[in-house]
Design a protein around this ligand. Structure first.
Ligand code: ZN
Length: 358
């Protein structure tokens, strides 16, 4: 049986990782001061759009999402038709992965983050009430990032804060706490999405790899480092209401990490006395993870077993990762779940995580 054999299966789904794109830097100009417009004109109007969908890489994006001169995800009508109307999800969260984190000028980065959020509010969120968005921030300066969170917090169409997974230093470090404090103040989860870098740090713990396949595989180890950092530095002890969402992280690595972290914590807990209970319990209470890309082999889509090892069916959030082409005939959702587990994955977990507007 395929997902397509069960029409209406996604009628209540909440798609928690959808990517819209900025067609050109020029669309941000109305939201930038004259100073930054001049600055960008002199620099040749550089676009910070990531190269996530190379034109000749057929499987990087859904073929029907591609357009001639702009990145996939640039046109709201196409995205709405392909994410909401056709599969029938009732809501989608836009994660706009513009490369504001990848530049050294933190003032320019902050101005661009504000412009991206203004542009999304005007051109996407105002177009369809089924769209929500993540607040784009510049992690180079957490203080100005916190100010951007304060600026957006009253607009309930923005439902979380977006950080890249590859950062200058581990995300549990106090440097980033102004971001978490601002998010927690407003009940906003912090979404850490695959990608980032740009400050010279390698994607693997072993240094710079040769091939993209190595970098792609190393995404999981980056997330593991961030999770251990968040727990051991005491972010969740300081901010007990904070939720962190990992997007495009995969999740089959999580049981082994929790087992090992629990074991080593028992021997080394003197070092981190603020971690006052099993790290796996803290992780289950504070972490959510998006579904796609599913890091289980096709022939072993025993999601029910993985959830059993994780010890919770309340951590995964449904996602398609549109316009990436992460699945085909088998559809975005494994078929081995109980009706109750499927209900949680499709929408109930997201409803408990996010403060959606009406
Ligand atoms: Zn994604």
């Amino acid at each position: 049986m395929k997902n397509s054999d069960r029409p209406g299966r996604f009628a209540n789904a909440i798609d928690c990782d959808v990517h819209n794109s900025i067609p050109s830097a020029k669309v941000l100009y109305p939201y930038l001061s004259e100073y930054w417009q001049d600055f960008m004109d002199e620099a040749g109007r550089p676009s910070l759009e990531t190269n996530a969908y190379p034109a000749n890489s057929a499987i990087a994006a859904r073929p029907d999402a591609r357009a001639a001169d702009v990145p996939p995800g640039s046109d709201p009508d196409t995205l709405i038709a392909q994410v909401l109307d056709a599969p029938g999800s009732r809501r989608a969260i836009l994660n706009c992965l513009y490369g504001v984190h990848a530049i050294y000028n933190e003032y320019w980065a902050a101005a661009l983050a504000t412009a991206v959020n203004d542009w999304m509010a005007a051109h996407w969120l105002a177009r369809d009430p089924r769209l929500s968005a993540s607040i784009v921030i510049a992690p180079q300066n957490p203080q100005s990032a916190a100010e951007e969170i304060e600026r957006r917090a009253g607009d309930r169409r923005f439902v979380q804060v977006l950080l890249p997974a590859r950062t200058l230093m581990p995300l549990g470090r106090r440097f980033y706490w102004p971001v978490y404090e601002a998010a927690a103040r407003h009940g906003l989860p912090v979404c850490i999405h695959a990608g980032g870098g740009g400050a010279g740090q390698p994607p693997t713990a072993a240094g710079w790899p040769t091939h993209y396949v190595e970098e792609y595989l190393a995404v999981a180890q980056g997330f593991q480092g961030q999770l251990v950092s968040l727990v051991t530095e005491g972010v969740f002890a300081k901010l007990p209401a904070l939720t962190v969402v990992f997007a495009e992280s995969g999740f089959t690595w999580l049981p082994a990490l929790m087992w090992r972290l629990d074991k080593n914590w028992k021997g080394l807990r003197r070092e981190v006395p603020w971690v006052d209970r099993l790290p796996s319990e803290i992780i289950r209470d504070h972490l959510k993870l998006t579904l796609q890309p599913l890091d289980q082999p096709n022939e072993l889509r025993r999601l029910v077993e993985t959830l059993d090892h994780i010890g919770s069916d309340e951590m995964l959030l449904f996602s398609t990762d549109y316009p990436h082409w992460q699945f085909d005939d088998e559809g975005p959702l494994p078929l081995d779940l109980s009706p109750e587990a499927e209900r949680k994955l499709l929408f109930a977990n997201a409803e408990r995580t996010y403060r959606f507007h009406a």
